[in-house]
Design a protein around this ligand. Sequence first.
Ligand SMILES: NC(=O)c1ccc[n+]([C@@H]2O[C@H](COP(=O)([O-])OP(=O)(O)OC[C@H]3O[C@@H](n4cnc5c(N)ncnc54)[C@H](OP(=O)(O)O)[C@@H]3O)[C@@H](O)[C@H]2O)c1
Length: 244
Amino acid sequence: MIDLSMSGRTVVVTGGSAGIGNGIARIFAAQGAAVHVTGTRARADEYDGVDGSDLDGLQYHRLDVTQADDVRDFLVGTSVDVLVNSVGTVAYGRAEYDPAIFERVVDVNLNGIMRCCVRFRPELAAAGGAIVNVASTSSFIATPGQPAYSASKGGLVTLTRSLADAWAVEGIRVNAVAPGLVATRLTRVSREREQVYEESIRSIPLRRWGTPAEMGSVALFLASPLASYITGQVVVVDGGLTLR
Ligand SMILES: NC(=O)c1ccc[n+]([C@@H]2O[C@H](COP(=O)([O-])OP(=O)(O)OC[C@H]3O[C@@H](n4cnc5c(N)ncnc54)[C@H](OP(=O)(O)O)[C@@H]3O)[C@@H](O)[C@H]2O)c1
């Protein structure tokens, strides 16, 4: 019998305020988990009307993952079974060639996620828990317009593999989902340029962008007992985009 129930489990989704993280959080909540989500705004109601954000039934917290002290003090005393790291940022228009901007993007997408993994290691070890990081198809290919994004996502894959190896002995599994193109605030720029959008559709064998919920179902699988013998792996969820 296949049981994907998360009843009685506590899940933390960093970057769960909107977009892919929010879609992932909603899937875990629908399976009965108590779900904590984070974003950069002070209060949950500041996301009212934000595209791709539904915080109903989720417990919202402000957390900037670049602030080491805030991460260290986050949710102390709460047992946690699953940590999903969906925080991420990008700078368009070749801005990532500015070293300060490069540093900021890497600090969110890579260092910030490492801070969160280290923060919840004791709780996850106690629970025999799982981490799911949100990487990207940009983890594997050159992305000349966004060198920091690409480097941070490539680093996130090897970080996932390293932590999986290091923490297996503690009973923590660490895997990643690598989305292709998903309609969120992060990718609005590409969607609003009609020609770019049409070309992207043609380059995807399944002929459409993915949805946050489609990333959520894979994250749920990776965190569930169905994946109890899987660690250090990256599941590409891209409609076939990277087949060509
Ligand atoms: N959309 C795609 O096509 C795509 C493809 C591949 C991978 N991804 C990855 O999927 C993840 C989610 O992205 P998305 O597309 O869903 O974009 P999004 O809607 O902009 O979500 C990004 C999330 O990260 C949070 N965040 C940004 N900077 C942060 C910081 N310094 N500290 C804490 N949280 C921070 C945002 O908080 P606020 O809501 O407060 O801004 C938000 O919760 C990212 O890791 C992204 O790289 C996306």
